[in-house]
Design a protein around this ligand. Structure first.
Ligand code: UDP
Ligand code: MG
Length: 155
């Protein structure tokens, strides 16, 4: 079977969120992610419009922390109005990246994971967890289309 027909061969979206950029963590995060031995097939720095942030976090629109979350992803909280978007590709890419990223709540994340090492919970209750990582294949495909044009992915 060729690699690309193998269902464990996946693409996943990573966002280094505004707090990650503000805290100068890009190098550390990319180094941690390189432990996966996955391939980077897309990378871009982009400003996050309100529409894009709302689309990305569509599934959380009813949550009490949603308005603050949208401001967070837009970089309005950190006065750093951009993110670094990456697409990683390879065998079990989604699980491998989620594992190194750590649990959503930085207080519950394994201390050596990216979120466990660098995340925090704000006084408003938002998890500033420095990185986004797609949670399943359907979400990954949806998210990659949101953040990248097809010709920006070099697989
Ligand atoms: N989030 C939060 N409080 C919560 C749950 C989520 O602030 O109780 C934020 C957090 O930044 C998280 C994002 O919303 O990364 C998206 O939530 P999701 O449940 O999709 O978690 P993830 O897939 O990022 O681990
Ligand atoms: Mg999620």
């Amino acid at each position: 079977m060729s690699k690309k027909n193998d269902s464990s061969f996946q693409q996943t979206l990573v966002l280094i969120k505004p707090d990650g950029l503000k805290k100068s963590l890009t190098g550390n995060i990319l180094t941690r992610l390189s432990e996966t031995k996955l391939n980077i097939v897309g990378a871009r720095v982009t400003k996050v419009s309100r529409k894009l942030a709302e689309n990305h976090y569509y599934h959380l629109r009813e949550k009490p922390f949603y308005p603050e979350l949208i401001l967070y992803l837009q970089g309005k909280i950190h006065k750093k109005e951009k993110i670094l978007a990456l697409v990683y590709e390879g065998k079990n890419a989604i699980k491998k990246v989620r594992q190194i990223a750590g649990a959503t709540n930085p207080e519950e994340a394994t201390p050596t994971s990216i979120r466990g090492s660098y995340g925090r919970i704000t006084t408003k209750g938002v998890y500033e967890n420095v990185i986004h990582a797609s949670s399943n294949e359907k979400e990954a495909q949806r998210e990659i289309k949101l953040w990248f044009k097809p010709n920006e992915i070099i697989s």
